[in-house]
Write a protein that binds this ligand. Structure first.
Ligand SMILES: C[S@@+](CC[C@H](N)C(=O)[O-])C[C@H]1O[C@@H](n2cnc3c(N)ncnc32)[C@H](O)[C@@H]1O
Length: 293
């Protein structure tokens, strides 16, 4: 069955990205805790790759801004920031966040596959972190990036990396071998107690496996990236990402992020330096940079 963008919208509207990272009742503190956890944890590399301060004074468009965690950093660093997202709920939270921190920005709830509501050549930089691989029509979003960028304008995009430990070893090998262990009813609780993995996520995986016998490869990848109910996610190697951004110049790629939490107690034995070294070789985040010729 072909996936529609409405399925993607429904999932992310119900689960604004990383909105669960804080439970603080006070709203300013709530957003501060989310930023702290993002940049202080496994996504410590985001400020490096996004290079917020380099965009001071420039017109920046973020595609898939969600609750504007990175958006706030662009705006605080002096960029003229616009964020778009498929989901009204994320846009509401992004607007609330900007108001609370007294920074200005423009937000639009829209599908970036459809023509974006901006004229040609209206931005200096387009940023999109972990978004395009959730789209049923990624090439349409990339075409829009090209259209709205000014000549010489730059982009920074993160796509999930196929040539990663997460894809080949975890998703396509270990999780496939061990998935049957989840089927007996008490197993999610037992595995959660032994490994420290989130019990609800494991229960979700069990439910999905009971519902969907004979899953496609695409469905398997999707349910093993952003939780069991994520309707769509894809992965890209160097060649696939190069092909997607073929109309741009100076395209450069690098990889980041190895999530040692996936490896339970074994992960805790890995020194931080080694974790980061692994991430730079076989990490999950494929960063792509380039410019409009
Ligand atoms: C994994 S989250 C990433 C959010 C944010 N960039 C971050 O790093 O926290 C993916 C986001 O992309 C948005 N998204 C997915 N498809 C989209 C589309 N076609 N147009 C606009 N936004 C989209 C989702 O609504 C969701 O907020």
């Amino acid at each position: 069955m072909k996936l529609e963008v409405a399925d993607v919208r429904e999932f992310w509207n119900a689960n604004p990205c990383q909105s669960h990272l804080s439970q603080a009742p006070e709203r300013r503190r709530y957003f501060e805790e989310i930023s702290k956890k993002r940049y202080g944890g496994r996504e410590w590399h985001v400020p490096k790759v996004a290079n917020f301060s380099a965009l001071r004074g420039q017109e920046v468009l973020e595609i898939g801004c969600s609750i504007a965690t990175d958006g706030l950093e662009f705006a605080k660093a002096g960029a003229k920031y616009t964020g778009v997202d498929l989901t009204p709920r994320s846009i509401e939270m992004a607007e609330e966040r900007f108001a609370l921190f007294d920074v200005s920005g423009t937000f639009v709830a829209t599908n970036a596959e459809a023509p974006l509501p901006f004229p040609d050549a209206s931005f200096d930089h387009v940023y999109s972190f972990g978004v395009i691989h959730h789209s049923p029509a990624p090439e349409k979003i990339v075409r829009e990036i090209h259209r709205v960028l000014r000549k010489g304008g730059t982009f920074t995009v993160m796509l999930y990396n196929r040539t990663s430990i997460n894809y080949y070893i975890e998703i396509m090998f270990l999780r496939k071998i061990f998935r049957m262990c989840l089927l007996p009813k008490p197993m999610p609780a037992i595995i959660a107690a032994i490994t420290g993995f989130d019990r609800q996520t494991l229960e979700g995986h069990r439910d999905m496996m009971l519902q969907k016998r004979g899953m496609t490869k695409q469905e398997w990848i999707s349910m093993n990236t952003d939780g069991p109910f994520c309707p769509l996610a894809d992965v890209y190697n160097h060649r696939e990402a190069t092909a997607l951004f073929k109309d741009f110049a100076n395209v450069r790629q690098e990889v980041w992020e190895f999530n040692s939490d996936h490896w339970s107690f074994l992960g805790k034995l890995i020194p931080l330096k080694l974790e980061r070294w692994i991430g730079r070789r076989w990490g999950w985040h494929r960063m792509i940079y380039g410019k409009k010729p």
